[in-house]
Write a protein that binds this ligand. Structure first.
Ligand SMILES: Nc1ncnc2c1ncn2[C@@H]1O[C@H](COP(=O)(O)OP(=O)(O)OP(=O)(O)O)[C@@H](O)[C@H]1O
Ligand SMILES: [Mg+2]
Length: 274
């Protein structure tokens, strides 16, 4: 999710030619605030793909970043582009279609006002996820950690990692990580407010002029575990153990020096506690 002030969604545009050449469009994602419009497309061979097209300069920049991320990082649970095409406004990324639901689908109306289904809505994918057996939730958290150990070791910081990056396949019981478009090499100093969901923000991500690094990823992963392993949406119904809660407390210390210093250390502590 990016700043709605910077880029507005572009609703109901004609399907770009580069997309229609790939097959028949069966879904349109045109209420994103990323500056991209995406399409579910079925090819002549019956195989589905997810095609993401930039529609603003911000969107094009994020897709160029995504290409770099997927060049640096490979993981079976990180959904990667199979083709990189282009049109007049920038890169066009073709991903395999993944069945399931994103746990939180951040959407905005034409005026940039959020229109997302609340996570607390009992019919929302997040609420459904929170009703899964704890073993399944733990496996999902483990997948997120595993992917981000590879991300961290490739030198990238998981900027804008949130529950909108988790596409959960209910039938397979498998979590897929999507939309790593804001991930970037770290450490870096912020020059503008980073995009993202506030409930996942580390303190150093608020404002500008601060160092963001692998300990920022550690913090976000702590928030992911805290929020995914709760039975509700107000962080008052923890489903895990006290030892796991202790790991989260250290991962989310306000001062980066007090956290695990890399994702590998966080993962080791988490696995020892689980
Ligand atoms: N590979 C995929 N297969 C099927 N559906 C997908 C896939 N990738 C993403 N989606 C769906 O498309 C939606 C938008 O994708 P994505 O989050 O990548 O777009 P975005 O333009 O970056 O949006 P945002 O503004 O939230 O950052 C997701 O919430 C999800 O529902
Ligand atoms: Mg995005």
């Amino acid at each position: 999710m990016s700043d709605p002030v910077v880029s507005r969604p572009v609703v109901s545009r004609p399907v770009p030619e580069v997309v229609s050449r790939l097959g028949a469009v069966f879904r349109v994602f045109d209420q994103q605030d990323s500056g991209c419009v995406s399409y579910g497309v079925r090819g002549a061979d019956g195989v589905g793909c997810f095609v993401k097209v930039a529609r603003t300069a911000t969107g094009a920049e994020s897709l160029r970043r995504a290409v770099q991320v997927h060049t640096a990082v490979r993981h079976p649970a990180l959904v990667a582009p199979t083709q990189v095409l282009a049109d007049s406004e920038g890169p066009v990324l073709v991903y395999p279609w993944v069945d399931g639901d994103v746990l939180y689908h951040a959407t905005v109306g034409p005026d940039g006002v959020p229109t997302s289904q609340p996570r607390s809505d009992p019919g929302s994918p997040m609420a459904r996820f929170r009703r899964l057996p704890l073993d399944a939730v733990r496996r999902a958290v483990d997948t997120v950690l595993d992917v981000h150990q590879v991300v961290d070791e490739a030198g990238l910081v998981a900027v804008d990692l949130y529950d909108g990056c988790f596409l959960y396949d209910w039938d397979a019981g498998a979590l897929h990580v999507i939309d790593a478009d804001e991930y970037r090499p770290g450490p870096f100093v912020t020059h503008e407010q980073l995009p993202g969901s506030r409930r996942f923000f580390a303190p150093e991500e608020l404002g500008t002029g601060q160092v963001v690094d692998r300990r920022t990823t550690v913090y976000r992963l702590g928030r992911v575990a805290r929020l995914l392993m709760d039975a509700g949406d107000t962080e008052s119904a923890w489903r895990g153990t006290q030892a796991e809660l202790g790991v989260i407390a250290r991962a989310t210390q306000p001062e980066p020096a007090a956290r695990y210093q890399c994702v590998r250390d966080l993962v080791a502590a988490w696995r020892a506690a689980s």
